[in-house]
Design a protein around this ligand. Structure first.
Ligand code: SDX
Length: 431
């Protein structure tokens, strides 16, 4: 807290409002407007929350102008180089890097929660074979609230730990079950001797009829992608989890709400939309035409994977993923993958165009991730599910922080009402 204040002059009454200024560890200061309505009878207006801090958080920091992303203070570039997804999950959940014993105990707990209740597995048979995997995953995650009543005391730290470990451990199993259902193949049970990402690859690609060998390059690529997608401050889906959770609802239901929000093409659904767009562009010769469409206000087409509400510089995750593409394609895919060539060329053309430069539209996390998922053999329809597996860690960390806030209240925004004024009912014969 600081004793500095913001003075606000009310033009209607001439009253002066004195608003406390709060100073962060990093980033912009905030004006605390909590008392503005009761003191001055006015609201603030910020649809899309572009300049609104909805909460105080100690988890992730983003500097959009500098292209900085810190998880509990650690640069994501260092975590990508030295850490693992499970270690990053521990860091985001508990606030510090684990000791060797803490990490192995956390990893063991996750492995003990990878299986799904058999009744929950049967849910997948109810879905049509071509149901979108995000629809299946969000439905089954929400249904977890019908199965786990033993740990729902939201003020019991042990219950919260079991919820956190359970849902982080089970998301790959649920994702794999959705994928196998879409193929008409039998579900493959998790193998707990495998690490988190190797187990996921096993459940996705193994079949009962033959041995499946995990490719370590594929497992490491997945681990890196999951680290980079694990959390991102108060993005749309995380804010959805916090708002839903603020009502005290079952935490599995709050996470399911986050999955639904992530699915949108303006958010996590963009990774699937990028591949659809690259297929639509088809060849390097068509790039100019599509860049022109993206600039044309009368055309709803946008360059998917470009632009960001916070980053007005390169998304640091996009830079790391683009570098990974070269390594993964050399090992697993086609070094001259036409999709990757097309994406590189599209980035080059767009970043030379004044429209994108002036609006500071750079590739975001979703622009290159699909290139790697494709090289790993993951179908486009599963790309956003991959995002959801990783972001479940961030959602759980933010839900826990919201749930533990002693001053926490239910989220309930107000509005600028511009509808009809008071009027009386008119009988139908008088209308
Ligand atoms: C993610 O918030 C997060 O942190 C999200 C995320 C995370 O990790 O959780 O980073 C993950 O969701 C990344 C974003 C993935 N979405 C896409 O790639 C979809 C394409 N991008 C856009 O829809 C858009 O850039 C958003 C949604 C990402 C950001 O939207 P904003 O902040 O509301 O910006 P805007 O729509 O107001 O755009 C500002 C201007 C507009 O032009 P003007 O009205 O000012 O003339 O830029 C234009 C937009 O028309 N613009 C684009 C564009 N993105 C913005 N024009 C063409 N192509 C684009 N991609």
């Amino acid at each position: 807290m600081t004793n500095k204040t913001y003075q606000l002059l009310n033009p209607e009454t001439g009253d002066k409002a004195t608003l406390p200024l709060r100073v962060p560890t990093l980033g912009p200061s905030v004006v605390d407007i909590g008392g503005l309505y009761s003191d001055q009878g006015i609201f603030t207006y910020d649809p899309g929350f572009a300049a609104t801090a909805a909460c105080e958080s100690k988890i992730t920091y983003i500097d959009g102008d500098e292209g900085v992303l810190l998880y509990r203070g650690y640069p994501v570039e260092q975590l990508a180089e030295h850490s693992s997804f499970v270690e990053v999950a521990y860091l985001l959940l508990y606030g510090s890097l684990p000791s060797a014993d803490e990490l192995s105990s956390f990893e063991r707990s996750l492995r003990m929660h990878t299986m799904l209740h058999e009744s929950l597995l049967r849910f997948f048979n109810g879905f049509h074979y071509n149901a979108h995997p995000m629809a299946m995953v969000s439905g089954v995650v929400a249904s977890m609230s019908a199965f786990y009543h033993d740990t729902m005391n939201l003020k019991n730290p042990k219950h919260i730990d079991i919820f956190a470990h359970r849902i982080i451990a089970k998301l790959p199993t649920i994702a794999a079950a959705a994928y196998k259902h879409s193929l008409g193949q039998p579900f493959m049970y998790p193998q707990n001797h495998l690490d988190y990402c190797s187990n996921m690859l096993h459940m996705f690609f193994a079949v009962p009829a033959e041995e499946y060998e995990i490719n370590p390059v594929a497992a490491r690529a997945l681990d890196l992608l999951f680290i980079l997608h694990a959390d991102h401050e108060q993005n749309c889906s995380t804010s959805t989890v916090r708002l839903a959770g603020s009502s005290g609802t079952n935490p599995y239901s709050a996470i399911a709400a986050g999955i639904s929000a992530l699915w949108g093409p303006a958010h996590g659904g963009a990774n699937e939309a990028v591949l659809t767009m690259l297929n639509q562009i088809g060849s390097i010769d068509n790039i100019e035409k599509f860049v022109a469409k993206a600039k044309d206000k009368s055309d709803p087409f946008r360059l998917m994977g470009f632009g960001h509400r916070v980053y007005k510089n390169f998304d640091p995750r996009a830079k790391l993923i683009r570098k990974m593409c070269h390594e993964v394609l050399a090992e697993l895919g086609d070094q001259n993958d036409p999709m990757f060539e097309l994406a590189l060329r599209l980035e080059e053309v767009a970043l030379k165009d004044d429209y994108f430069v002036e609006k500071k539209l750079y590739p975001n996390v979703d622009f290159y991730s699909g290139i790697i998922y494709r090289a790993l053999g993951i179908p486009v329809s599963m790309f956003t599910v991959m995002f959801a597996i990783a972001r479940t860690v961030g959602w759980v960390a933010h839900w826990s922080e919201m749930n533990a806030d002693p001053g926490g209240r239910i989220g309930r925004p107000r509005q600028l009402y511009t509808g009809p004024g008071l009027r009386d009912y008119q009988p139908v014969d008088m209308r």
